[in-house]
Design a binder for this molecule. Structure first.
Ligand code: NDP
Ligand code: MG
Length: 378
């Protein structure tokens, strides 16, 4: 029986991870939630964990009273408490959204826990630090992001020197069929209407701006130690091929599956084994797999992510923090859809790089950039 610690249990990936845990009879030893106290109580009742953390102090106090036998924490420190509970025991599934996922990942690696990573922002803002820690502490880091799970599986047992390139597929998000002129004035509701995937709000907006693919390119660079010049992106409408790897001999390995996140989640949790799923691709009813060339003029944030990835240093952190703030403002209907990219471009263009940033630099710049954008648009 596997022991699992789950950060972000109340979210989209969190909920689907709980489905896998329940089906496989894994043991949920600890979890964290943000602001959803009702769902938190339901999860406690069902899974009977030993440690729980929640964002707000008032919810922490209520939970402490309700569950005196459970170790309860709150805030950012609470995430670390869950992530490091019982040291190297079990797996940490990091499914919180945003840069708040970074420190718990760092601390979990340091106590020797293996990581199943959905929280891509961790690798975007501190990829070099994280990959060095993974080597130093000799832990596994298995991606949950579907494209990276696909690449991880295509690279399994292959010689990395024989990789020609990796090709990350993109559905194109809610506005893939709109021109840039048609993006003026699009609503939050329209932006949240993803054609292929049901996900949390932030990543759904990131898909519509194509920032998500930009974050994924940087995530792939760190996870697979592949230069940006060997990472391509392509629009693939059906989200059936989750990504591909081309080798020097011209062979291309692709990973196919339903657009259902429980599949990469189950792979990460059961790695290096596989577990049974009833959710299978039905080739008889799969009429076509279609692709189109990525248009960087149409999706400037993706182009920016390549640029920022090449710059390295603190710049991916700046881009990510600006994007987190801008998406939050858009979701709160304070700015328009196209303002998201304006804000991210402005911030990246006006910041000076810091080479080889420390963890403290990253945490400081992340907070500074995020808060200044939120304040300016109050
Ligand atoms: P959701 O918004 O659905 O869930 C986010 C989770 O994080 C919730 O449990 C939320 O708690 C919690 N949370 C939010 N803010 C805080 C905070 N300040 N402190 C503690 N907890 C917090 O996101 P998703 O599940 O969609 O995404 C999670 C991560 O996985 C993201 O990094 C995303 O990019 C990545 N990912 C998601 C995919 C998907 O299909 N959804 C696919 C691939 C990657 P609460 O709800 O209680 O407030
Ligand atoms: Mg993805």
């Amino acid at each position: 029986m596997k022991n699992i610690f789950l950060l972000g249990a109340t979210g989209s990936i969190g909920t689907q991870t709980l489905e896998v845990i329940e089906k496989e009879k894994y043991n949920l030893v600890g979890f964290s939630a943000g602001y959803n106290i009702k769902r938190t109580i339901e999860i406690i009742e069902k899974f009977k964990p030993k440690i729980v953390s929640i964002a707000l102090e008032k919810d922490f106090l209520s939970l402490k009273e309700l569950y005196p036998g459970i170790e309860i924490h709150h805030g950012d420190d609470g995430l670390v408490k869950v992530a490091t509970f019982n040291n190297n025991d079990g797996l940490l599934v990091n499914a919180v959204v945003g840069s708040v996922g970074l420190i718990p990942t760092v601390e979990a690696i340091k106590v020797g826990k293996s990581i199943c990573l959905a929280n891509k922002e961790t690798l975007v803002i501190a990829g070099d630090i994280i990959t060095n820690l993974v080597k130093e502490y000799n832990v596994d880091m298995v991606p949950i992001d579907s494209e990276h799970s696909a690449i991880f599986q295509c690279l399994n047992g292959e010689n990395r020197d024989e990789v020609e390139k990796i090709v990350i597929t993109a559905s194109g998000g809610a506005f893939r069929d709109k021109t840039r002129d048609e993006l003026v004035g699009v609503s939050k509701k329209e932006a949240l209407d993803h054609p292929n995937w049901a996900m949390g709000d932030k990543i759904t907006i990131d898909s519509a701006t194509m920032m998500n693919k930009g974050l994924e390119v940087i995530e792939a660079h760190h996870l697979f130690n592949i230069p940006f010049s060997k990472i391509e992106t392509i629009i693939h409408y059906e989200s059936i091929i989750h990504s591909m790897v081309e080798f020097i001999d011209g062979s291309v390995l692709a990973h196919l599956g339903l657009s259902d996140m429980t599949i990469p989640i189950a792979y990460a949790l059961s790695y290096p084994n596989r577990i049974m799923s009833l959710k299978k691709l039905d080739f008889d009813n799969l009429s076509s797999l279609s692709f189109s060339k990525m248009d960087y003029g149409r999706f400037p944030l993706l182009k920016l992510a390549y640029e920022v990835g090449e710059m390295g240093g603190i710049m991916p952190c700046v881009m990510n923090a600006a994007n987190e703030a801008a998406v939050e403002l858009f979701l709160n209907e304070k700015i328009s859809f196209l303002d998201i990219e304006k804000i991210v471009f402005n911030e990246v263009r006006s910041c000076e790089n810091i080479n080889n940033p420390t963890l403290d630099d990253i945490i400081r710049v992340d907070k500074e950039v995020y808060s200044s954008i939120i304040l300016k648009n109050k």
